[in-house]
Design a protein. Sequence first.
Length: 192
Amino acid sequence: MYKSEDYDWTNIYGDVQEELPKNMPKAKGRKVKLTMFADANLYHDRLTGRSVTGLILMVNKTPIDWFSKKQISIESATYGSEFVAARIGTDKIVEMRYELRMLGVPIEGPSIMFGDNMAVINSASIPESNLKKRHNALSYHRVREAIAAKVLKFYHIKGTENPADILTKFLPGRTWYHLMKPILHWTDDEKG
């Protein structure tokens, strides 16, 4: 699928691990995979200057939650608004992993998050990356710590292939359909 490197994060966050509920029931059934598509649109609201976040959360290949909301902070660069979207996406993944575990659903490995801003993905995924904009520090560390704890992996997807775009931008029908077709009309190519 996507190549990923497992970095050693212990010199930054210590031996961080995903917090598991102590009272969760024993997991039963088939494992599920969580996938998140995240996007942001800088300066979406011309009146306030705020960006908008768009997220699509999928369990296996089924969309179960989507989110489109104006961000509460005003960002001066795409980098900041995309990191805010990644942080909100990370929080939603953590919440869903907890909820599924409390329902006894087994989860397969780290969740996958896709974004279309390579600078944000590299800053979040590579321990040696340095944050140059201090006002993005909380979003930066929230996403990085989740990656270090193996809660999620963060991958790049072309902006033209990111279905979260439908939640952040006004798109013509052809573009909208191109992004939604794989979600709404997928075929199971796994034999088993």
